[in-house]
Ligand binder design. Structure first.
Ligand code: GDP
Length: 292
């Protein structure tokens, strides 16, 4: 279970390994270390406190199962509690019905359009041939950007830069691709007012009735991730989260707030601007990054 987290111990965990006895004082020290690391990674304070309380309680009260040293068991508890917060069952996409309609949501600049390109490539590699519908009527270049991305992969795209009615575009796109197995909907990331954006997403959600709504969050924005996730969940049931821009120095701690707000797991991460810079979410690596 410890996998790479066990092998690739972060500084916090290394301290634990160096300790010969695991007593109350040691556990409290380790919990303090975890708190410090998570706060530095921009994880929401309330989440940090909640998490550390759980870890401390379990570490003090639970007996390690046979064959596991108390030290290993404390590491296991830390890992389990963090995975609980990050969404345990993050296993990519399970395209189990036709059409599988994916609604992409996210603020402008979050990396939504780039991520749609990456998702198309990912699906193509899995043997699917997705189609894309552009409903973004706010950003003039959105359609062009999608056109370029999809043309390279020979992916069908529906859009009409002259049409300023997102709902009409969604309906026509649905009709255009009614025989496709996977349809991906790009949406606007900006309106004059955020409430108008959320209202449009709500209406799109009614029309499209997505099989899965995916929220794209910029991994560098820290605490605002929670508020963004909360706003978008008013429009639709967020089914999964993609965190972008984790190729830089950002630790992605804000992502934990987004997960806590929506209850949706992180399924993929973006690790660069190129089409293949896209990975399945690996909780162990992400936890190492947060604690490291
Ligand atoms: P949108 O407004 O949400 O559709 O965002 P775009 O897809 O246009 O992306 C905004 C900027 O972020 C572009 O410059 C992208 O190249 C960049 N970007 C997107 N994903 C990533 C990523 O995972 N890593 C890095 N470094 N840049 C990214």
């Amino acid at each position: 279970m410890l996998g790479s987290l066990g092998e690739n111990l972060t500084n916090t965990m290394k301290k634990l390994v160096g300790m010969s006895v695991i007593d109350k004082k040691t556990i409290k020290e380790v919990v303090k270390e975890i708190q410090r690391a998570l706060i530095q990674s921009d994880v929401n304070i309330a989440l940090v406190l909640n998490l550390s309380k759980k870890i401390e309680k379990r570490a003090l009260e639970e007996e390690p199962p046979k064959g596991i040293t108390p030290r290993e068991y404390v590491i296991t508890i830390i890992y389990e509690e963090m995975v609980n917060l990050l969404g345990r069952e993050a296993v990519g996409l399970d395209i189990n019905q036709k059409p599988y309609k994916i609604l992409f949501l996210g603020l402008q600049g979050s990396g939504k359009t780039t991520t749609i390109g990456k998702m198309c490539r990912f699906l193509q590699k899995k043997g699917f041939n997705p189609a894309v519908v552009c409903t973004d009527t706010w950003r003039p270049a959105a359609y062009e950007q999608l056109k370029q991305l999809t043309e390279e992969m020979q992916i069908p795209l529906y859009g009409d830069p002259e049409n300023k009615d997102a709902l009409d575009l969604a309906k026509k796109g649905l009709n255009e691709f009614k025989n496709k197995k996977v349809i991906i909907f790009d949406t606007a990331g900006r309106h004059k007012e955020e409430s108008d954006l959320i209202a449009e997403m709500d209406q799109l959600d009614d029309i499209i009735q997505p099989t899965e709504a995916i929220l794209v969050i910029d991994g560098t924005i820290g605490q605002q991730a929670g508020e963004q996730a909360k706003a978008f969940s008013q429009a639709t049931d967020i089914g999964s989260i993609i965190i972008t821009k984790l190729d830089g120095s950002a630790k992605g701690g804000g992502a934990m707030s987004a997960v806590a707000e929506t209850g949706a797991p992180i399924k993929f991460i973006g690790t660069g601007e190129r089409i293949d810079d896209f990975e399945l979410f690996d909780p162990e690596r992400f936890i190492s990054r947060l604690l490291g």
